[in-house]
Design a protein. Structure first.
Lengths: 222, 222
DNA sequence: CTGGTTTATGAACACCGTTCGGTGAACACC
DNA sequence: GGTGTTCACCGAACGGTGTTCATAAACCAG
């Protein structure tokens, strides 16, 4: 009886494991397919029916794995953000903060321009999506990657190279706004012909660091 | 006969004028209603059917005045941009460029946060929409308002207060990216709790102008 | 083999943007 | 005044969307 029970238990577990695995596999396949469609045609072009067609299931089946379309978007959001984080990682390793800063900025902008649809999904689609990255989990990927930016200024501050009382978090947020602005404008206002994003990134960083080049504060200089 | 034809002509004109006027009025009413719906519930919630209901016409009638939904969006885009321009106008009048700069930035950010749905429509919805503001007309409202930003740095440069060879257009674009980034992040990443937008704007401007506060360039400061 | 649980689905609902053929009223001409 | 024409307007339809639900099939435990 006890033995039988153990056997049944182990068999159950094997079957349950396999089922669980298959379930996770299908979920993964759905996400992979969805990701491909979003990267190719943008999130707006991702329809549940086309997605179901692509994975060769009925549309209703998708709802056994995701609450709705937005849940898929959220998941893709998280994964896209992880990719962004991965791109930032190498730059974050640079020791000198003043060297690290332009590298981070450059990597960020490059990611945005090279993965436009992913970037749009993460940062430009819906406020509810980025919530999954920031508000939901306290130590989620969102705050963690923001921490990378903050660290630049913390390091500068701790080395006594920045004025005391300066707030690293504010500087980081401004930097973030700057690089995001560059990416967002390039992605959205394609009609406006400005300088290349790389140049702008350089100008942004160097101006943030050193201020306006050769600025004379006097009102009248003559 | 001649008189009759003149009379007919004048009557025709009167009728034609009235027709034209009524046509323009309806078009305007559609746009006003659409604008209200967008400002209240966002562009995504604007449907041709609801819009038709609101103006008390059949959906098909809307297509007698606009090619499609996107054409309405484009028109709303242009009008929203004019509002933005109007908000920027007073700040643009400030004489001292170094005083004008923070005022422009402040006005811009304020507009974005006070008119979130309008701002989203203009700058975050679709690349095709902003095309109507920039690429389409060479001296349209888009380039004109960008010129306001450029002017700040042109003035500084012409007064000899900026290093020669500095490119005002690039600085203006960076500034634009900065304020746009602040607005966009606040609108989209509402889950992320950062500093208030006004503070960020101040930090952005002062950092762009003066550089990092008290920065020491030496790698080792001890 | 039986009963119950999980998994998948077809059909439906309520929307959406857009098109098209028809209708009726206002107009122009004789 | 009668007649032909133009034109704003609309009902209905097409093909699409996200989502739900009852039904059926597959599976597995006892």
């Amino acid at each position: 009886m006890a033995v039988l029970s153990v056997k049944a238990y182990s068999v159950n577990m094997g079957i349950a494991e396999r089922k669980e695995r298959q379930r996770a596999e299908l979920r993964e396949q759905i996400l992979r397919t969805a990701r491909g469609m979003v990267m190719r045609e943008g999130f707006a072009a991702l329809s549940m029916r086309k997605l179901a067609d692509a994975v060769e299931y009925a549309p209703a089946t998708l709802y056994l794995h995701f609450e709705n379309r937005e849940a898929i978007a959220k998941e893709l959001c998280v994964r896209g953000f992880q990719d962004l984080l991965a791109v930032l990682e190498p730059a974050a390793q640079v020791e000198d903060p003043l060297e690290r800063l332009p590298q981070l900025a450059k990597a960020y902008v490059r990611f945005g321009l090279e993965n436009p649809e992913t970037y749009r999904l993460i940062f430009m689609e819906d406020a509810k999506l980025s919530t999954a990255l920031f508000a939901d989990n306290p130590e989620g990927p969102g705050p963690r990657s923001f921490g990378v930016l903050v660290q630049v200024f913390v390091d500068l501050l701790e080395a006594g190279r920045l004025e005391e009382g300066t707030r690293p978090d504010q500087l980081a947020e401004v930097l973030w706004a700057g690089v995001h602005g560059i990416v967002a404008l390039k992605l959205t206002c394609s009609g406006f012909p400005g300088s290349p994003a790389e140049e702008l990134t350089q100008v942004l960083v160097s101006t943030l660091v050193k201020g306006l080049p050769g600025l004379k504060a006097e009102t009248k200089a003559r």
